[in-house]
Design a protein around this ligand. Structure first.
Ligand code: NAD
Length: 287
């Protein structure tokens, strides 16, 4: 039976590390990191995510602001808001909660955030630097997965890592981060032969958004299984992952639960990225 990876506990530890650093920065440099979150419209999930991010930011001692705009806001108005936040010296991180209404092009908005303040790691410059193996702000969810692997002592070098899902916010950066740590990486999508690819994985990360897509019987015995999926069950409204949990847990060595696995790590890494953006703003030698 697999050991559970307690993302909630690891995330709490990450936030405590950040808080200690914030206390030190405030005392020694008079610096208080600031996170501005932009939310558009009334998407209930976005509302929940944004309030969770704001709460986490406040708990570690950041300043935080939520800028809410009606779903009828124009792209130009939203761009003007992002530019204002780019120029505000109290704001070290700018996050635009996705999805945006259909009349707004998310690529235009994400590209407008100053790369130094792009704490989501979605700006093309940060995404490109990740591809090139250069320092970059990294996307929070895959960064959280890397931290979970570290916590359980899983060294990716030389292992076969299989990532299911190739989104720009999870799957692709996940594959690149594992590659950078010298795993042999396969990136799967809806045209892949999943049972065969998954069965070879020493490290399996699933981010497809399809309830229980990956069957327990496909898992290689002893594999580390990280389930990023968050699907709301119609029957009872509970969250369920992209992996058939019980059956997978019988074969895996470690597995993340849903909820309480990857989910809490995403916010913790956003908080870490914001702290790092604030410290970078101090200049190279003064942190
Ligand atoms: P997305 O819809 O943008 O991408 C899904 C990817 O999965 C696509 O690349 C697609 O090719 C692939 N896919 C879809 N169906 C497939 C199939 N049948 N076989 C193989 N591949 C398939 O989704 P996303 O934003 O990457 O999110 C994925 C999941 O992770 C969702 O459930 C989302 O809610 C969850 N998520 C969780 C967190 C977190 O903090 N835990 C963060 C982001 C996303």
């Amino acid at each position: 039976m697999a050991q559970l990876i307690d993302g909630k506990a690891v995330a709490a530890r990450v936030r405590a590390e950040v808080k200690a650093e914030v206390d030190r920065l405030r005392a020694e440099k008079g610096l208080v990191p600031g996170l501005a979150v932009v939310r558009v419209g009334e998407d209930p999930a976005s509302k929940t995510y944004v309030s969770g991010k704001k709460k986490a930011a406040e708990e570690v001692g950041f300043l935080s602001w939520e800028h809410h705009r009606d779903s009828t806001v124009s792209q130009d108005e939203l761009l003007a808001l992002v530019r204002r936040l780019n120029e505000d010296p109290a704001v070290h991180g700018v996050l635009v909660q996705l999805p945006l209404p259909r009349h707004i092009d998310p690529d235009v908005i994400i590209s407008a955030v100053r790369p130094e303040k792009d704490v989501d790691g979605f700006h093309p410059l940060n995404a490109g630097n990740l591809v090139l193996g250069r320092p970059a702000t990294r996307a929070c969810t895959p960064l959280g997965v890397m931290r979970l692997l570290e916590e359980i002592g899983c060294e990716p070098a030389g292992k076969r890592a299989v990532v299911v899902g190739r989104s720009n916010i999870v799957g692709k950066p996940m594959a690149l981060m594992l590659l950078q740590r010298n795993a042999t990486v396969t990136l799967c999508h809806s045209k892949s032969d999943l049972p065969s690819e998954v069965s070879r994985a020493d490290i399996l990360v699933v981010a497809a958004g399809v309830r229980e897509l990956v069957k327990g019987a496909w898992i290689k015995p002893g594999a580390v299984v990280i389930d990023v999926g968050m699907n709301r069950k119609e029957e009872d409204g509970k969250l369920v992952g992209d992996v058939e949990f019980q059956a997978a847990a019988e074969r895996a060595s470690f597995i993340t639960p849903v909820p309480g696995g990857v989910g809490p790590m995403t916010i913790a890494m956003l908080i870490r990225n914001t702290l790092e953006a604030a410290v970078r703003g101090l200049g190279p030698s003064s942190a």
